[in-house]
Design a protein around this ligand. Structure first.
Ligand SMILES: [Zn+2]
Length: 351
């Protein structure tokens, strides 16, 4: 495998401009985080589906973690996954957040308005020969890779890793579509603020990963790194299903010469069967609770109790929770949302 030259080019952001960072806030520079930069958290709903009780719990933790320290909260709409985006879902997500009592600073950052920034980052990766064009289909990878154990993702077998960036031109001339893959040359251990130390061997857990999709557009990993850096995010609070993404994103922060935020991955909300909250557990969309007359303070109280900030699930607002917030008091196990708990806040989830 060729040794890729590293960190020759840095990604330069222009803080001004129409598709730049939120208007109304101070200009944010991302290449180096000055020590005086404000503590900044973020809420990043994806409008691929409605926000449900599980999302609400993570947003509440993220918001409290930032606001309890006098920090800023930024909002980003993660709408680049275009085939799955539902019309009006971004507005719905913002409505859901406001209903919960969560606010944010500045205008929302919308990923579909930031393509030029992702392209600039891709160029840096190309110039430093950190990525290569991959023509594999999903089935190519599945048949070439050793069968994963249940629950593990398929590790990319490196079929196209012999290619260099310049090979893309030939593929393009031949009319072949390709994705761009990041060459995983090292592992990045990290210490999660909630979930502790993680040493993920990326070469054997996923391998080289896609940063640009073969149908065009950035992959999730690239977009969130570019965005979080540009938005001055210093702490990312999200569900622990995204732990495997973190070492990949840390590699991208290094490759783009950006300062990485700290991460806090919190346990998810699951149904009574122990599985991640989904349609099979009934309608737990925030809009359904709202339509059924559930008060947001009742839901926030239930979630606060699930995080051990309250002795009982009693109505409370996010702002009233600020002095009670402790990241470390959140139980390490997933929160089991039962029909009985929902009934206690005045909701019967129809299945
Ligand atoms: Zn390939």
């Amino acid at each position: 495998m060729p040794t890729a030259p590293r960190r020759k080019m840095a990604l330069a952001f222009a803080p001004e401009g129409p598709s730049s960072v939120a208007q109304g806030g101070s200009p944010v520079r991302s290449c180096a985080m000055p020590s005086h930069l404000q503590f900044t958290g973020r809420l990043a709903p994806s409008p691929t589906g409605a926000q449900h009780v599980g999302n609400a719990r993570t947003y509440l933790v993220a918001w409290l973690s930032a606001r309890a320290r006098g920090g800023a909260v930024k909002l980003r709409i993660e709408d680049i996954d275009s085939p799955r985006i539902k019309m009006g879902a971004a507005e719905q997500a913002m409505h859901d957040l406001r209903w919960l009592g969560l606010d944010w600073d500045g205008e929302p950052v919308v990923q579909t308005q930031r393509l030029s920034h992702y392209e600039a980052a891709l160029d840096v990766l190309k110039q430093n020969e950190l990525i290569y064009p991959c023509t594999c289909t999903r089935s190519d990878i599945a048949s070439a890779a050793s069968a994963p154990h249940a629950g593990e993702e398929v590790t990319y077998p490196g079929t196209c890793a012999y290619r260099c960036v310049a090979d893309a031109q030939k593929l393009h001339d031949e009319g072949r579509s390709f994705a761009w893959r990041f060459r995983v040359a090292e592992n990045v251990p990290f210490t999660d603020l909630f979930a502790g130390e993680h040493h993920i061997d990326l070469k054997h857990a996923g391998g080289d990963f896609v940063v640009w999709k073969n149908r065009g557009g950035p992959a999730y990993q690239l977009a969130v790194v570019v965005d979080d850096a540009a938005m001055g995010v210093t702490e990312v609070v999200r569900g622990d299903d995204l732990i495997p993404s973190t070492p990949r994103q840390l590699l991208l922060y290094r490759a783009l010469n950006l300062t990485s935020p700290q991460f806090a991955h919190v346990p998810l909300v699951v149904g009574e069967d122990g599985r991640r909250l989904a349609k099979r557990h009934g309608d737990t969309r925030l809009s359904a609770l709202r339509d059924a007359g559930v008060k947001p303070e009742a839901l926030v109280g239930l979630l606060a109790w699930s995080c051990d900030w309250l002795d009982r699930p009693e109505p409370i607002s996010p702002r009233e929770l600020l002095p009670r917030f402790r990241l470390e008091s959140i139980p390490a196990q997933p929160f089991v949302l039962t029909a009985e708990l929902l009934r206690q806040i005045g909701y019967s989830a129809a299945t």
